[in-house]
Design a protein around this ligand. Structure first.
Ligand code: MG
Length: 374
Protein backbone atom coordinates (compact mmCIF):
# COMPACT_ATOMS: atom_id res chain seq x y z
CA UNK A 1 0.00 0.00 0.00
CA UNK A 2 1.37 3.43 -0.95
CA UNK A 3 0.31 6.99 -0.24
CA UNK A 4 -0.76 8.63 -3.50
CA UNK A 5 -2.40 11.92 -2.44
CA UNK A 6 -2.56 14.15 0.61
CA UNK A 7 -5.25 16.80 0.79
CA UNK A 8 -5.92 19.42 3.42
CA UNK A 9 -9.24 21.09 4.25
CA UNK A 10 -9.79 24.16 6.37
CA UNK A 11 -12.85 24.25 8.62
CA UNK A 12 -13.95 27.00 11.02
CA UNK A 13 -15.27 25.59 14.30
CA UNK A 14 -17.32 28.16 16.29
CA UNK A 15 -18.05 27.54 19.97
CA UNK A 16 -21.48 26.92 21.48
CA UNK A 17 -20.54 29.19 24.39
CA UNK A 18 -19.39 32.02 22.09
CA UNK A 19 -15.82 32.21 23.33
CA UNK A 20 -13.32 30.20 25.36
CA UNK A 21 -11.18 32.24 27.76
CA UNK A 22 -8.16 31.27 29.81
CA UNK A 23 -5.15 32.80 31.56
CA UNK A 24 -3.49 36.01 30.41
CA UNK A 25 -6.68 37.32 28.78
CA UNK A 26 -6.37 34.80 25.94
CA UNK A 27 -9.53 33.71 24.15
CA UNK A 28 -10.75 32.03 20.98
CA UNK A 29 -14.22 32.29 19.42
CA UNK A 30 -13.76 30.36 16.18
CA UNK A 31 -11.17 27.60 15.92
CA UNK A 32 -9.05 27.22 12.76
CA UNK A 33 -9.13 23.47 12.12
CA UNK A 34 -7.26 21.53 9.44
CA UNK A 35 -8.58 18.14 8.33
CA UNK A 36 -6.14 15.92 6.42
CA UNK A 37 -7.01 13.20 3.92
CA UNK A 38 -4.33 10.62 3.11
CA UNK A 39 -5.29 8.58 0.02
CA UNK A 40 -3.64 5.33 -1.09
CA UNK A 41 -3.33 3.13 -4.16
CA UNK A 42 -5.34 0.48 -2.28
CA UNK A 43 -8.44 2.65 -2.58
CA UNK A 44 -8.72 3.35 1.14
CA UNK A 45 -8.34 6.77 2.71
CA UNK A 46 -7.31 7.89 6.17
CA UNK A 47 -8.42 11.03 7.99
CA UNK A 48 -6.66 13.18 10.56
CA UNK A 49 -7.17 16.58 12.17
CA UNK A 50 -5.18 19.29 13.92
CA UNK A 51 -6.76 22.28 15.62
CA UNK A 52 -4.49 24.60 17.64
CA UNK A 53 -5.93 26.53 20.60
CA UNK A 54 -5.40 29.79 18.74
CA UNK A 55 -1.91 30.97 17.69
CA UNK A 56 -0.84 31.93 21.24
CA UNK A 57 -1.26 28.80 23.36
CA UNK A 58 1.42 26.35 22.16
CA UNK A 59 3.89 27.05 19.33
CA UNK A 60 1.25 26.13 16.74
CA UNK A 61 -1.23 27.98 14.52
CA UNK A 62 -3.79 27.08 11.86
CA UNK A 63 -2.02 28.32 8.70
CA UNK A 64 1.20 26.80 10.06
CA UNK A 65 -0.44 23.37 10.10
CA UNK A 66 -1.37 23.67 6.44
CA UNK A 67 2.01 25.06 5.37
CA UNK A 68 3.73 22.28 7.26
CA UNK A 69 1.56 19.56 5.72
CA UNK A 70 2.35 20.93 2.24
CA UNK A 71 6.06 20.85 3.16
CA UNK A 72 6.00 17.29 4.55
CA UNK A 73 3.54 15.76 2.08
CA UNK A 74 5.97 15.10 -0.79
CA UNK A 75 8.24 13.15 1.57
CA UNK A 76 5.39 10.75 2.36
CA UNK A 77 4.17 9.99 -1.15
CA UNK A 78 4.94 6.37 -2.01
CA UNK A 79 5.36 5.44 1.68
CA UNK A 80 3.28 2.62 3.17
CA UNK A 81 1.03 4.43 5.69
CA UNK A 82 0.82 1.27 7.83
CA UNK A 83 4.55 1.51 8.64
CA UNK A 84 4.01 4.12 11.33
CA UNK A 85 7.45 3.91 12.93
CA UNK A 86 9.33 4.56 9.71
CA UNK A 87 6.72 7.13 8.65
CA UNK A 88 7.38 9.11 11.84
CA UNK A 89 11.15 8.82 11.40
CA UNK A 90 10.76 10.09 7.86
CA UNK A 91 8.72 13.08 9.06
CA UNK A 92 11.27 13.88 11.78
CA UNK A 93 14.13 13.66 9.26
CA UNK A 94 12.34 15.93 6.78
CA UNK A 95 11.09 18.62 9.21
CA UNK A 96 12.61 19.45 12.58
CA UNK A 97 10.07 20.06 15.33
CA UNK A 98 6.52 21.17 14.41
CA UNK A 99 4.89 18.23 16.20
CA UNK A 100 1.36 19.53 15.55
CA UNK A 101 1.90 19.38 11.78
CA UNK A 102 2.99 15.74 12.01
CA UNK A 103 0.10 14.86 14.32
CA UNK A 104 -2.62 15.18 11.67
CA UNK A 105 -0.66 13.04 9.19
CA UNK A 106 0.17 10.40 11.79
CA UNK A 107 -3.49 10.30 12.90
CA UNK A 108 -4.66 9.76 9.30
CA UNK A 109 -2.18 6.89 8.91
CA UNK A 110 -3.49 5.22 12.08
CA UNK A 111 -6.96 5.47 10.53
CA UNK A 112 -5.56 3.76 7.42
CA UNK A 113 -3.81 1.05 9.45
CA UNK A 114 -7.07 0.28 11.25
CA UNK A 115 -9.06 0.17 8.03
CA UNK A 116 -6.44 -2.08 6.40
CA UNK A 117 -6.47 -4.41 9.41
CA UNK A 118 -10.26 -4.31 9.84
CA UNK A 119 -9.78 -3.25 13.46
CA UNK A 120 -10.57 -0.13 15.50
CA UNK A 121 -7.53 2.00 16.38
CA UNK A 122 -8.38 1.34 20.04
CA UNK A 123 -7.57 -2.35 19.55
CA UNK A 124 -4.28 -1.53 17.80
CA UNK A 125 -3.32 0.80 20.67
CA UNK A 126 -3.61 -1.93 23.28
CA UNK A 127 -7.27 -2.85 23.55
CA UNK A 128 -10.39 -1.43 25.14
CA UNK A 129 -10.32 -1.10 28.94
CA UNK A 130 -13.61 -0.52 30.72
CA UNK A 131 -17.05 0.28 29.30
CA UNK A 132 -16.55 4.00 28.67
CA UNK A 133 -14.18 6.91 29.25
CA UNK A 134 -14.90 9.58 31.88
CA UNK A 135 -14.84 13.10 30.47
CA UNK A 136 -13.97 16.40 32.07
CA UNK A 137 -15.51 19.74 31.16
CA UNK A 138 -13.29 22.77 30.76
CA UNK A 139 -14.90 25.87 32.27
CA UNK A 140 -13.99 29.07 30.44
CA UNK A 141 -12.70 31.90 32.63
CA UNK A 142 -15.49 34.17 33.84
CA UNK A 143 -16.57 35.74 37.14
CA UNK A 144 -16.71 33.18 39.99
CA UNK A 145 -20.52 33.04 40.13
CA UNK A 146 -20.79 32.60 36.37
CA UNK A 147 -18.30 29.72 36.44
CA UNK A 148 -20.19 28.10 39.31
CA UNK A 149 -23.40 28.35 37.28
CA UNK A 150 -21.71 26.75 34.26
CA UNK A 151 -20.46 23.89 36.42
CA UNK A 152 -23.94 23.31 37.83
CA UNK A 153 -25.30 23.15 34.27
CA UNK A 154 -22.65 20.74 32.99
CA UNK A 155 -23.00 18.62 36.12
CA UNK A 156 -26.70 18.26 35.30
CA UNK A 157 -25.61 16.98 31.85
CA UNK A 158 -23.61 14.18 33.51
CA UNK A 159 -20.06 15.49 33.88
CA UNK A 160 -18.36 14.79 37.22
CA UNK A 161 -14.93 16.27 36.46
CA UNK A 162 -14.34 19.96 35.92
CA UNK A 163 -11.31 21.98 34.93
CA UNK A 164 -11.54 25.65 35.84
CA UNK A 165 -9.62 28.18 33.82
CA UNK A 166 -7.78 30.30 36.39
CA UNK A 167 -4.37 32.01 36.10
CA UNK A 168 -5.68 35.54 36.57
CA UNK A 169 -6.04 37.84 39.58
CA UNK A 170 -5.23 35.92 42.77
CA UNK A 171 -8.30 36.97 44.78
CA UNK A 172 -10.60 36.21 41.83
CA UNK A 173 -9.01 32.83 41.30
CA UNK A 174 -9.42 31.90 44.96
CA UNK A 175 -13.09 32.93 44.71
CA UNK A 176 -13.50 30.88 41.50
CA UNK A 177 -12.16 27.71 43.14
CA UNK A 178 -14.30 28.14 46.26
CA UNK A 179 -17.49 29.04 44.37
CA UNK A 180 -17.21 26.04 42.08
CA UNK A 181 -16.24 23.50 44.76
CA UNK A 182 -19.38 24.54 46.64
CA UNK A 183 -21.44 23.30 43.65
CA UNK A 184 -19.86 19.83 43.72
CA UNK A 185 -20.51 16.59 45.56
CA UNK A 186 -17.99 14.26 47.20
CA UNK A 187 -16.42 12.18 44.44
CA UNK A 188 -16.61 15.00 41.89
CA UNK A 189 -13.20 16.10 40.65
CA UNK A 190 -12.12 19.74 40.49
CA UNK A 191 -8.97 20.96 38.76
CA UNK A 192 -7.76 24.57 38.81
CA UNK A 193 -5.78 25.04 35.58
CA UNK A 194 -3.68 28.20 35.40
CA UNK A 195 -2.31 27.32 31.95
CA UNK A 196 1.14 28.73 32.97
CA UNK A 197 -0.50 32.04 33.93
CA UNK A 198 0.63 32.62 37.51
CA UNK A 199 3.94 33.95 38.70
CA UNK A 200 5.35 31.93 41.61
CA UNK A 201 4.15 34.38 44.26
CA UNK A 202 0.64 34.38 42.80
CA UNK A 203 0.53 30.60 42.77
CA UNK A 204 1.91 30.41 46.31
CA UNK A 205 -0.89 32.66 47.57
CA UNK A 206 -3.61 30.70 45.77
CA UNK A 207 -2.51 27.26 46.95
CA UNK A 208 -2.20 28.50 50.53
CA UNK A 209 -5.64 30.13 50.44
CA UNK A 210 -7.37 26.98 49.16
CA UNK A 211 -5.47 24.57 51.41
CA UNK A 212 -8.73 23.20 52.82
CA UNK A 213 -10.35 22.68 49.39
CA UNK A 214 -10.35 19.38 47.48
CA UNK A 215 -8.78 20.65 44.25
CA UNK A 216 -5.99 19.64 41.88
CA UNK A 217 -3.54 22.35 40.81
CA UNK A 218 -2.64 22.27 37.10
CA UNK A 219 0.39 23.90 35.45
CA UNK A 220 0.50 26.97 37.71
CA UNK A 221 3.57 28.59 36.11
CA UNK A 222 5.43 28.74 32.81
CA UNK A 223 8.47 26.54 33.43
CA UNK A 224 8.98 23.17 35.10
CA UNK A 225 11.30 24.78 37.68
CA UNK A 226 8.69 27.36 38.67
CA UNK A 227 5.99 24.68 38.88
CA UNK A 228 8.32 22.58 41.06
CA UNK A 229 8.72 25.35 43.62
CA UNK A 230 4.93 25.47 43.98
CA UNK A 231 4.65 21.68 44.03
CA UNK A 232 7.08 21.62 46.98
CA UNK A 233 5.07 24.05 49.06
CA UNK A 234 1.60 22.51 48.64
CA UNK A 235 0.03 19.12 49.30
CA UNK A 236 -2.61 19.49 46.58
CA UNK A 237 -2.40 16.83 43.87
CA UNK A 238 -0.53 18.29 40.94
CA UNK A 239 -1.07 18.14 37.16
CA UNK A 240 1.47 19.17 34.54
CA UNK A 241 0.38 19.94 30.99
CA UNK A 242 2.18 22.49 28.80
CA UNK A 243 5.71 21.50 29.88
CA UNK A 244 5.14 17.78 29.20
CA UNK A 245 5.70 17.82 25.44
CA UNK A 246 8.08 14.88 24.89
CA UNK A 247 9.38 11.65 26.39
CA UNK A 248 12.42 13.55 27.70
CA UNK A 249 10.24 16.16 29.40
CA UNK A 250 8.10 13.43 31.00
CA UNK A 251 11.08 11.48 32.35
CA UNK A 252 12.83 14.62 33.61
CA UNK A 253 9.70 15.81 35.44
CA UNK A 254 9.02 12.33 36.82
CA UNK A 255 12.56 12.04 38.17
CA UNK A 256 11.95 15.21 40.18
CA UNK A 257 8.57 14.04 41.48
CA UNK A 258 7.03 17.03 39.75
CA UNK A 259 3.48 15.74 39.19
CA UNK A 260 0.83 13.14 39.94
CA UNK A 261 -1.04 13.50 36.63
CA UNK A 262 -0.16 14.73 33.15
CA UNK A 263 -2.30 16.06 30.33
CA UNK A 264 -1.39 14.16 27.21
CA UNK A 265 -2.37 16.22 24.17
CA UNK A 266 -2.00 14.30 20.91
CA UNK A 267 -0.81 17.19 18.71
CA UNK A 268 1.47 18.62 21.43
CA UNK A 269 3.64 15.49 21.23
CA UNK A 270 3.38 14.86 17.47
CA UNK A 271 0.56 12.37 16.95
CA UNK A 272 -0.87 9.08 18.17
CA UNK A 273 2.40 7.16 17.67
CA UNK A 274 4.32 9.40 20.07
CA UNK A 275 1.35 9.87 22.41
CA UNK A 276 1.11 6.08 22.74
CA UNK A 277 4.78 5.89 23.73
CA UNK A 278 4.27 8.53 26.44
CA UNK A 279 1.01 6.87 27.52
CA UNK A 280 2.76 3.52 27.90
CA UNK A 281 5.59 5.08 29.92
CA UNK A 282 3.05 6.73 32.21
CA UNK A 283 1.36 3.34 32.71
CA UNK A 284 4.71 1.82 33.72
CA UNK A 285 5.52 4.76 36.02
CA UNK A 286 2.06 4.99 37.64
CA UNK A 287 1.32 8.49 36.34
CA UNK A 288 -2.38 9.12 35.68
CA UNK A 289 -3.35 10.90 32.48
CA UNK A 290 -5.93 13.15 30.99
CA UNK A 291 -6.02 12.12 27.33
CA UNK A 292 -6.91 14.98 25.02
CA UNK A 293 -5.60 17.47 22.46
CA UNK A 294 -5.20 21.24 22.20
CA UNK A 295 -8.62 21.47 20.57
CA UNK A 296 -10.53 19.77 17.77
CA UNK A 297 -13.75 18.53 16.24
CA UNK A 298 -15.12 15.09 15.45
CA UNK A 299 -11.95 13.49 14.07
CA UNK A 300 -9.73 14.65 16.94
CA UNK A 301 -12.39 13.55 19.43
CA UNK A 302 -12.44 10.10 17.80
CA UNK A 303 -8.64 9.84 18.08
CA UNK A 304 -8.80 10.90 21.74
CA UNK A 305 -11.45 8.25 22.39
CA UNK A 306 -9.32 5.47 20.87
CA UNK A 307 -6.19 6.45 22.82
CA UNK A 308 -8.14 7.00 26.05
CA UNK A 309 -10.24 3.85 25.81
CA UNK A 310 -7.09 1.75 25.33
CA UNK A 311 -5.49 3.29 28.43
CA UNK A 312 -5.90 1.30 31.68
CA UNK A 313 -8.93 2.64 33.51
CA UNK A 314 -7.10 3.17 36.83
CA UNK A 315 -4.63 5.54 35.13
CA UNK A 316 -7.21 7.30 32.99
CA UNK A 317 -7.88 10.50 34.92
CA UNK A 318 -10.18 11.89 32.21
CA UNK A 319 -10.53 12.75 28.53
CA UNK A 320 -12.18 15.47 26.44
CA UNK A 321 -15.11 15.43 24.01
CA UNK A 322 -14.17 18.55 22.05
CA UNK A 323 -16.84 17.84 19.44
CA UNK A 324 -19.50 18.77 21.99
CA UNK A 325 -17.97 22.25 22.47
CA UNK A 326 -18.27 23.33 18.83
CA UNK A 327 -21.25 23.99 16.59
CA UNK A 328 -19.95 22.32 13.41
CA UNK A 329 -19.74 18.57 12.86
CA UNK A 330 -17.01 17.52 10.40
CA UNK A 331 -17.66 13.76 10.46
CA UNK A 332 -20.24 11.16 11.36
CA UNK A 333 -19.33 8.18 13.53
CA UNK A 334 -17.42 10.26 16.10
CA UNK A 335 -18.05 9.56 19.80
CA UNK A 336 -21.07 11.26 21.32
CA UNK A 337 -21.05 12.02 25.04
CA UNK A 338 -23.50 10.07 27.15
CA UNK A 339 -23.87 10.93 30.82
CA UNK A 340 -20.38 12.44 31.06
CA UNK A 341 -18.67 9.58 29.24
CA UNK A 342 -17.71 8.54 25.71
CA UNK A 343 -16.58 5.34 23.98
CA UNK A 344 -14.26 4.58 21.10
CA UNK A 345 -15.97 3.39 17.92
CA UNK A 346 -15.95 -0.33 17.17
CA UNK A 347 -15.67 0.35 13.40
CA UNK A 348 -12.30 -0.15 11.66
CA UNK A 349 -9.82 2.73 11.90
CA UNK A 350 -10.98 5.85 13.74
CA UNK A 351 -14.57 5.04 12.76
CA UNK A 352 -15.33 8.45 11.27
CA UNK A 353 -16.85 9.37 7.91
CA UNK A 354 -16.06 12.99 6.98
CA UNK A 355 -18.88 15.25 5.89
CA UNK A 356 -17.51 16.43 2.54
CA UNK A 357 -20.19 19.12 2.31
CA UNK A 358 -18.74 20.65 5.50
CA UNK A 359 -15.08 20.23 4.49
CA UNK A 360 -15.64 21.84 1.08
CA UNK A 361 -12.85 21.97 -1.49
CA UNK A 362 -9.30 21.11 -0.42
CA UNK A 363 -7.06 24.10 0.28
CA UNK A 364 -3.93 22.06 -0.29
CA UNK A 365 -3.11 19.00 -2.34
CA UNK A 366 0.09 16.99 -2.59
CA UNK A 367 0.30 14.42 -5.37
CA UNK A 368 2.87 13.06 -7.79
CA UNK A 369 5.81 14.50 -5.88
CA UNK A 370 4.94 18.19 -6.14
CA UNK A 371 3.02 20.14 -3.53
CA UNK A 372 0.42 22.66 -4.59
CA UNK A 373 -1.94 25.07 -2.93
CA UNK A 374 -5.50 25.46 -4.12
MG1 MG B 1 -4.18 22.32 30.95
Amino acid sequence: MQITHIRGYRVALPLHEGSYKWSGGKSVSVFDCTVVEVATDAGITGWGEVCPLGPFYLPAFGPGARTGIAELGPHLLGHDPRDLGSLNRKMDAALKGHPYVKSALDMACWDLLGKAAGLPVCTLLGGRDGAAVDLYRAISQEAPAAMAARVAGYRAEGYRKFQLKVGADVADDIARIRAVRAQLQPGDVLVADANTGWLMHDAARVVRAVQDVDVYIEQPCLSLDECLTIRRRTDHPFVLDEVIDSVEALLHAHAQGAMDVINLKISKVGGLTKARQIRDLCVSLGIAMTIEDSWGGDITTAAIAHLAHSTPENLRFSATDFNSYVTVSTASGAPQRENGKMSASTAPGLGVIPRMEVLGEPVLEVAGGSPGSA
